[in-house]
Design a protein around this ligand. Structure first.
Ligand SMILES: NC(=O)c1ccc[n+]([C@@H]2O[C@H](COP(=O)([O-])OP(=O)(O)OC[C@H]3O[C@@H](n4cnc5c(N)ncnc54)[C@H](OP(=O)(O)O)[C@@H]3O)[C@@H](O)[C@H]2O)c1
Length: 347
């Protein structure tokens, strides 16, 4: 199975555990996936945490198979230390005889926050940590535990080497390569909703769903949200053409669309929070991303760049770079064949 999480620096088994995590949405708990592999690297069991109150991913592994000393357990998030709401996974890991564990991220929940790692090490278990898995799978959870805010906005942007986001000379609406597109789909799978503007809907005819090759049992698709604005033109036909999309429009008299003054992003945020949307995926176009950047809403940016220049189309605009230079810092750069992914976080 193709799994392009490896391009973001994750080992193959962790990448598989991350895909397990993406198959469900156990909100308000974080998505967590786990994988047990044997000495030869064969997968013995894969599991996730399905919903609040149900088994954690590690326990679902132990219910499937017996652990051998040479096995390695991969978990996307540090096992829980506490036993107030469910049995402590760290204690269960020790009891089950696990000798090697690889963890995708430290759990910032103050009841755990590194304590399970210490406990496992104290019990002679080899512990390795691959950073950032939870940050990708559950950014709002990281925000909450860093006491930032209970919502996270991720901006994805695809552009040419010279910063164009559309190409008038091409019939394809894609600017970036297949690896970039597949990573966009992983990121979409972590989102509660995907937000685009009216023009992007009308120009691109997008599906706004999660399409990951080799994985067909994702039972949670993010909700497509169209920020339409106040115009009545074309809205009826657009709503007919895309009956499963949510149209945010400030036309109160219309049927089926959701009333929301999209010129006020605090009203839009209120709508997201009412719907319990916490991982917000902003896909553009230029008008929409410009508004969210200007209002200081965007927490992280995933910028996918091709190695080609575009002559005619929409340029992202110089305010975009100025905004990044002023309010963001670069986290990572990943070479995705001939594309470059740069990630930024708000200061
Ligand atoms: N390369 C990429 O990553 C990428 C991603 C997405 C889109 N695109 C491209 O971007 C192009 C469209 O960009 P665009 O700038 O023309 O349009 P857009 O951002 O898709 O939509 C802008 C329109 O959305 C409405 N809107 C509602 N609330 C808004 C708000 N708070 N702020 C701004 N607009 C709001 C406005 O309609 P009213 O004026 O009627 O109020 C506005 O004209 C498409 O051709 C698409 O291919 C590229």
């Amino acid at each position: 199975m193709v799994n392009n999480f490896k391009y973001l620096g994750f080992s193959e088994p962790m990448a598989l555990a991350m895909v397990e995590a993406l198959k469900v949405n156990p909100y308000p708990n974080p998505r967590v996936g786990a994988l047990l592999i044997d000495e030869q690297g064969n997968v013995k069991a894969a599991a996730n945490h399905k919903q609040k109150g149900s088994n954690h991913a590690e326990i679902n592994i132990f219910e499937q198979v017996q652990v051998e000393e040479t096995d390695i357990l991969y978990v996307t998030l540090e096992p829980c230390f506490h036993s107030d709401t469910s049995p402590s996974c760290a204690t269960e890991i020790i009891n089950q005889g696990v000798k090697n564990i690889v963890i995708g991220d430290i759990d910032l929940d103050i009841r755990t926050n590194g304590r399970s790692v210490s406990l496992l090490k104290d019990n002679n278990i080899s512990v390795q940590i691959e950073s950032n898995a939870n940050n990708i799978l559950n950014p709002y959870y990281e925000n909450t535990h860093k006491k930032l805010k209970d919502i996270h906005y991720l901006l994805k942007i695809g552009m040419s080497k010279n910063d164009y986001i559309t190409n008038d000379a091409s019939d394809s609406r894609y600017i970036t390569n297949e690896i970039s597109l597949s990573i966009v789909h992983y990121l979409r799978a972590t989102a509660d909703c995907i937000v685009i503007g009216k023009n992007t809907l009308l120009n691109d005819d997008p599906k706004l769903n999660v399409r990951i090759p080799g994985i067909n049992n994702i039972d949670h698709n993010p909700e497509p949200i169209i920020m339409w604005g106040g115009s009545t033109e074309n809205i009826e036909s657009a709503m007919k053409k895309y009956p499963t999309f949510t149209f945010l429009s400030s036309m109160p008299s219309r049927e089926n669309n959701t009333y929301c003054d999209t010129s006020s992003l605090s009203d839009v945020e209120e709508y997201f929070l009412e719907r319990k949307f916490r991982n917000i995926f902003i896909e553009g176009g230029k008008g929409i991303l410009g508004s969210f950047l200007r209002d200081h809403k965007i927490d992280s940016i995933y910028e996918f760049k091709s190695n080609l220049n575009i002559e005619n189309g929409i340029h992202i605009g110089h305010n975009y770079r100025a905004e990044i230079d002023k309010n963001y810092h670069m986290n990572n750069k990943y070479q995705l064949l001939d594309n470059l992914l740069t990630t930024y976080t708000r200061n």
